[in-house]
Every structure is written in C-alpha cells, then in structure tokens.
Design a protein around this ligand. Structure first.
Ligand SMILES: NC(=O)c1ccc[n+]([C@@H]2O[C@H](COP(=O)([O-])OP(=O)(O)OC[C@H]3O[C@@H](n4cnc5c(N)ncnc54)[C@H](O)[C@@H]3O)[C@@H](O)[C@H]2O)c1
Ligand SMILES: O=C/C=C/C=C(\O)C(=O)O
Length: 490
C-alpha cells in the first residue's frame, strides 16, 4: 500500500481497490492538476495481474451479490449513496483539482447527481420485479437477472458523474464491477472505492483498477470473463473496445462524442438563445453534449452573434476553485495542442475567427472562448469533435437547409433548437440525434433515455434502458393448463 496523496488536505489513495483491499503496483504514472500543472502524485498502473485479480474478485463476489433481493441490494446501495454524500465536499475539491471542473458546478450539480445516480437506480431496480405477461395459454414471468462481471470505463471530463451513472444500474441489477478510471483524472474514482468500503459493500462487488487506457483498459476489455462492457469516451477508443469485445462476443454500451447542432430559427427569442449558446463554453467546451455547431437563420444571424459576443465578453475565465469563475482549464497540454491545431487549420482553410482563437493569459492550460464563421460543412472543424471552447457558426435560409446541416455529420448525440415552440419542436423532431432540447439545454431525468445515434454511440442509458443492458432478461413460461406434448404443434 502506498501513502495517500494529499489533495488540498484530502487523502486520496493512489492504489487499486481489489477484493475490498488496497493493492499497490510496481509501476505508476504521474498526474498533475490542470489548474496550474503542479504534480499531484503518482498513480498505480494496472498490470495484467491486477486486472486478473480484480476480475477474479468480482467473479467470487458475484453469486452472493446476485442472490440478494433487489430490496437487499437497495439497502446496501442507499448506504453507498449516503457515504458518497458524506464525502461530497472532498469529492468536489478533489475533482476540481484533478480534472479542473468548476468547484461551484461540482457542488451544485455533480455531487448531488452522483448521489442520485446510485439512489435512483437502486429504487428503479425495485420496479423491475414482478413483471409478467398473461396470455390464455401461459404466464410469462419476466426476470431481470444479473449478467455477471461488468467493466466500466469512463473519460476524464466528468469522471465522478459518469462512473456513478454506470455503477448505479450495474450494481442495482446484481452485477459485480471492475472500474477503470480515466488516467488524466483518476482520483474521485479512488474516493468512490473508499465510499463503497465504508458502506460495507461486500469485498469484490466494486473493484477499481487504476491505469492507462492502452495498458490497463485494453487488458480489461479483452478479458472473456466479462459479461458486459460499459464505455463512455471517444470514437477511436470505442472502436478498439468494440473490437476486443467482439472477439469474445461481450455486449458493449458505447456513449461517445458529439458535434451537436444548436439551431436558432428566425422566430427564436434571441436573448434566451444567446444566453444558452454561451453555456456551450462550459467546462471549457469539454462536454460531450455541448451544441458546438451554431446554425442560425440568416435573417437573425447578425443580431444573435452580437448578443452572444456580449455574453462571451462577460465570461470569467480562471481558477475553477473560485466561485466567480465560469470557465476553467483544458485538461492536458496534449488536448490544448489538439484544440489549437483545429483552430489554426480552420483559419488556414479560410474560416474567420470572430473571437478567441488562442490561449488565454491566465495560465498554460487556459483557452479563449472561440467562434469560427465562414466554415464549410465538409471542413474538418465542422465534422470533428474539438472538445474545447470552440464553436462554429453557419447560417441557413430555410428549415430544410437547417436540418440538412444539422444532420450532416457522422455524429448524432444531442441537439438544441430555439424558436417559436411548435416550430422549434417540429424542427427538433427531424434532427437525427439521441436527444434534443427545445428552447432549453441540459434538462435531464434519470428515467429518460440518454445516448447517441450514428457514430455517437450504441445503446441508451437511463431508467429501464440501463437495466436492459446490465441484465440478462429472461422469460420463465408457466402454462395455465396441463401441457400435453405433441409433434403436431409446437
Ligand atoms: N456520450 C457521452 O455520454 C460522453 C460523455 C463524456 C465524454 N464523452 C466523450 O469522451 C471523449 C473524451 O474523453 P477521453 O479523451 O477520456 O476519451 P478516451 O476515449 O480517450 O478515454 C476514455 C477512457 O477509455 C480508456 N481507454 C483508452 N484506450 C483504451 C483501450 N484501448 N481499451 C480500453 N480502454 C481504453 C481511457 O483510459 C479512459 O478511461 C470525447 O469524445 C467525449 O465526447 C462522451
Ligand atoms: O460530457 C458528458 C456528459 C454526459 C452527461 C450524461 O451522461 C448525463 O447527464 O447523464
């Protein structure tokens, strides 16, 4: 066991958590805070033996956990949720330091959501009991059986939120889990292991194996003992995971990137639309569901752009630990170079940069909110996810044209449509994405489906959809009249 890292006075274990115990590794990697690039410490690298031990621990824990009733697992998971809530302050401070997420957003949005992610699915699992289909011939008792050992792999932009969003239904369904946290922001997943331990979850029910994607992640998803793989992250990684899973025919759920359209119709309330558009710079644009392609009716484009400029000028960029800050850092120098590369190439290809386009003076990992116009639909910056504070703006002259532009990328995660409500709703219905907000943004309900079309993913999470994935759904058929075997009919 290694000494805990000290993150602003909060101890965080850098080790794995396997079978209810902390396990060190002979190899480690360094992490730093995107706030100021100061080192935070070294994290265990998950080697073959650690992945193997975690899967074995999860396999050993599975029969007893699966045999509990949904009500008994509910009791365990509500304790787990309570331990997460008890650690909310620590989780907020640690994720803010580790991933650069605004502390205020952690406090008001993410931490309560993490608790809710566990509690909601523990509750929802209770409603899955006793589903049945009655016919004249038989009763079909529909069971949601646990699938087995589940791998959960999450990205760095929202590690606490996205890990709990998968852990809740995976555990409530009766599976045991191996989590592989994101290597650029692994610390809150380590605190989740502490919470599980304090809540008395049986050893092996939740395991955390730290490590890089290429080594630990690849090893984990290649293991034929897995019953499910739930992944949120980028398209290239999803392809590697789907290939490894395909070799073993392990079902995968993939929540991937986006290039969501933000449509502003001529009859939109431009004040509201531009306020919401400024929100697309939140988390320095490192948000999968952000509407990064502004598609604005040509009649209102000038007015809208002027209002958005005023919004953007007021944004407070700086230290994410301070309450007044609205935009924090980019996660890593590599991500920073990627963003700058997209912007430079777009400008070289003829785009006009209306604002931003370069680093922000606050520090090495801060980037100015940026807007690019005169971009072609087939250009790199319109077709690819930047995952930084970079929006493009295109204009259209008709609803049909707006929809052609909106649907004209390989992504299909989300969308936003501003306009007179009936008009905006009609346009929204024609956009090919997994979800779309009309005159709003980010309204979520955990019972609603969440996920992407086209290259934005496979499957849906939320409510029943999470359980469809994490369960082996089984039909137990009991006839109502004595059954007489006959070759003449089935
Ligand atoms: N749709 C959603 O719900 C959603 C939410 C948040 C982020 N995202 C997407 O995530 C991406 C940004 O996150 P990222 O850069 O961390 O993504 P990423 O794909 O690089 O990494 C995600 C996770 O996969 C792991 N990984 C990498 N290679 C692996 C491999 N070969 N085998 C197994 N695991 C491997 C990483 O270690 C990390 O934990 C963006 O594309 C963003 O849109 C999607
Ligand atoms: O950046 C990604 C955010 C994903 C959000 C969700 O998965 C959610 O709100 O459930």
């Amino acid at each position: 066991m290694n000494l805990a890292l000290d993150i602003a006075g909060i101890p965080v274990s850098p080790d794995h958590y396997i079978g209810g115990q902390r396990v060190a590794s002979s190899e480690s990697f360094e992490i730093f805070s995107p706030i100021d690039m100061k080192p935070l410490g070294r994290i265990a690298q998950g080697l073959h033996a650690h992945v193997d031990a975690a899967i074995q621990a999860a396999q050993r824990a599975f029969p007893a956990w699966a045999a509990l009733s949904a009500q008994e697992r509910h009791t365990h998971l509500m304790r787990f949720a309570a331990e997460i809530e008890r650690r909310a302050d620590a989780l907020c401070i640690v994720e803010s330091n580790d991933a650069g997420v605004l502390h205020s957003r952690m406090r008001h949005g993410v931490a309560p959501r993490a608790v809710q992610n566990i509690a909601f699915f523990a509750e929802h699992a209770l409603t899955l009991q006793d589903q049945r289909i009655e016919t004249e011939q038989a009763t079909h008792f529909v069971r949601h059986d646990p699938a087995g050992v589940v791998a959960i792999i999450t990205p760095w932009n929202a590690p606490l939120m996205l890990t709990t969003w998968k852990l809740g239904p995976a555990l409530a369904a009766g599976n045991t889990v191996v989590v592989k946290p994101p290597e650029w922001a692994p610390l809150t997943c380590s605190l989740l292991a502490d919470a599980a331990h304090a809540a008395g979850l049986p050893p092996g029910v939740l395991n955390v194996v730290q490590g890089t994607g290429a080594v630990t992640g690849q090893r984990l998803v290649s293991d034929p003992r897995l019953a499910r793989i739930s992944f949120t992250g980028s398209v290239p990684t999803a392809r590697a995971i789907a290939q490894a899973a395909g070799a073993n025919l392990v079902p995968v759920s993939l929540e991937l990137g986006g290039k969501s359209p933000f449509i502003v119709l001529a009859d939109a309330d431009l004040d509201n639309a531009s306020r919401t558009a400024a929100l697309m710079y939140r988390n320095a644009g490192q948000v999968c569901l952000a509407g990064t392609r502004l598609l604005v009716h040509e009649r209102v484009a000038g007015d809208f752009t002027q209002r958005l400029r005023e919004q953007v000028q007021q944004l407070n960029i700086g230290d994410p630990r301070h309450d007044a800050t609205e935009i924090g850092p980019i996660i890593h120098p590599r991500q920073m170079n990627r963003i700058q590369g997209f912007v430079d190439r777009a400008i070289a290809a003829g785009a006009t940069c209306l604002w931003g386009g370069q680093r922000h003076a606050f520090g090495p990992l801060y980037y100015q909110p940026t807007l690019l116009t005169n971009v072609k639909q087939d250009s790199e910056v319109v077709q690819n996810e930047v995952f930084g504070p970079v929006l493009t703006l295109q204009t259209f002259a008709s609803d049909d044209e707006a929809i052609t532009l909106a649907n004209g990328t390989d992504y299909g995660l989300g969308g936003i449509c501003y306009g007179e409500t009936a008009h905006a709703t009609a346009v929204a219905e024609r956009v090919h994405t997994g979800f779309i907000w009309v005159n709003s943004f980010g309204i979520r309900d955990l019972a609603a489906p969440f996920g992407g079309c086209k290259r934005s993913g496979i499957g849906r999470e939320g409510g029943d959809w999470s359980f469809e994935f994490f369960c082996d759904v089984k039909d137990v058929v009991v006839p109502k009249k004595p059954f007489r075997a006959s070759f003449a009919h089935r």
